[in-house]
Structure formats: structure tokens, C-alpha cells
Design a protein around this ligand. Structure first.
Ligand SMILES: O=C(O)C(=O)C[C@H](O)[C@H](O)COP(=O)(O)O
Length: 212
């Protein structure tokens, strides 16, 4: 199957910012998900960059039903399968390896893969994809780069991630080919370390208010 763009857009159009988080325990993931839901950002991406990630995804799916818990930093087919088994509602990859795209074709969780160059975009279009991650957004050329792609790839919509912050998020969200952004600023490491979930809920509410 090609990309289930409808299922993915149903998630990504709910909120202007998808929090991209790395958690140190399942419990931290649950507390964080509750804070983000409270702030109005139910869709969250728990990255497989920590050993606790899969347990956290499972725990969030079981204990925070209002959250729409996705998995991020998926680099291999095996990770895709493990993330799907843990209950991930969507799966994000920084790129688009053959293995991950094949795993998505065999699985059921919608995949948001990364693509940046015209050739990468054309490869994904051939595979039936229309919603793509753009990573690392700022380093690749940011807003001017996405503006330049728009007329040539009119059917493609992006979730720029990497270097997006309160400083530039408005510029990204103003682009017609941007569906939402990904970012870690709503769950800062310091706030997580201090277990300051009230601060995270406030940051989430500010991010939620970026789009009506
Ligand atoms: O692991 C991934 O799949 C990523 O997306 C890498 C980063 O976690 C995001 O790019 C967030 O980056 P910042 O908002 O700049 O901190």
C-alpha cells in the first residue's frame, strides 16, 4: 500500500506543532503526554533515541487514551515493526530507506518519512507518498527552500522539523505546503529533568495557540 495520507493528515492537521520528545522512562512519557494533552497537543512523537521509548509508547497508549502517540527516529524495518507493535498511531522517520518504506507498506500505522532533495521527493511520489517530513529543516535551507519546492511539487506537504522554534515557527506555518512542524521546544530537557510538567503544559498551550 502507498502512504495513508488521509490517516496521517487527520493527525497532523489537529495541531500546529508535533512535540518531538526523548524520554528517560515510561513513567516520564506518561506524565509528559498528560501535560501535552492538557496544553492542547495530543499528537506526540516519542523518538526511539532512548532505551525507554518503546515502553513509553506502550504506556502512553494504555494510560493516556486522549494522546495520539507516535514513534520517531525510525531508522530500520525492525524498528518500524517494534514501534507499530507498541501501539504507535503514526511513525516518523528522518529519511526514507527502502526497508522502512517496505515495512510501512506491509504494516498499518501511517508513515511520515523524510525527504528533501528533488530526487528524494520524486522517489517518494512514485511510491505514492504526499506528506513528508523535512529534516533537518533549518540546516537544509528552511523557509526559502520549502518556498522554492512548492511550485515544482504542488501535491506535496511537509512537516519541517529540526531547528524550528518560537523564533521561526510562524514563518513555517505560513507556507501553504507546510501542514505542521515538529519541534522539541515544547518539552525542554531542563523542564523534563525538573519534572516541571506545568511548564510543559504552558509551552504546549502557547504552541497550540499558533493556529486557530
Ligand atoms: O530524531 C528525530 O527524528 C528528529 O526529528 C530529530 C530532532 O529531535 C528533531 O529534529 C527536533 O529537533 P529540534 O526541535 O531542533 O530539537
Amino acid at each position: 500500500m502507498s502512504q495513508d495520507a488521509r490517516a496521517l493528515l487527520d493527525i497532523l492537521t489537529r495541531q500546529p506543532v508535533i512535540p518531538v520528545v526523548a524520554v528517560s522512562s515510561a513513567e516520564e512519557g506518561v506524565d509528559l503526554a498528560r501535560a501535552l494533552v492538557q496544553g492542547g497537543l495530543p499528537a506526540i512523537e516519542i523518538t526511539l533515541r532512548t532505551p525507554a521509548a518503546l515502553a513509553a509508547i506502550e504506556a502512553v497508549c494504555a494510560e493516556v487514551p486522549e494522546a495520539i502517540c507516535g514513534a520517531g527516529t525510525i531508522l530500520t524495518a525492525a524498528q518500524f515493526e517494534a514501534a507499530e507493535k507498541a501501539g504507535s498511531k503514526f511513525i516518523v522517520s528522518p529519511g526514507a530507506s527502502q526497508g522502512v518504506v517496505d515495512a510501512a507498506a506491509a504494516g498499518s500505522a501511517p508513515l511520515l518519512p523524510g525527504a528533501a532533495t528533488p530526487s528524494e521527493l520524486m522517489t517518494m511520489i512514485e511510491r505514492g507518498y504526499e506528506v513528508l517530513k523535512f529534516f533537518p529543516a533549518e540546516q537544509l535551507g528552511g523557509v526559502p527552500y520549502l518556498k522554492a519546492l512548492a511550485p515544482v511539487f504542488p501535491g506535496i506537504r511537509f512537516c519541517p522539523t529540526g531547528g524550528v522554534s518560537t523564533r521561526n515557527v510562524g514563518d513555517y506555518l505560513a507556507l501553504p505546503n507546510v501542514v505542521c512542524v515538529g519541534g522539541s521546544w515544547v518539552a525542554p530537557k531542563e523542564a523534563l529533568a525538573a519534572r516541571d510538567f506545568a511548564a510543559i503544559a504552558r509551552l504546549a498551550a502557547e504552541a497550540r495557540a499558533l493556529k486557530a
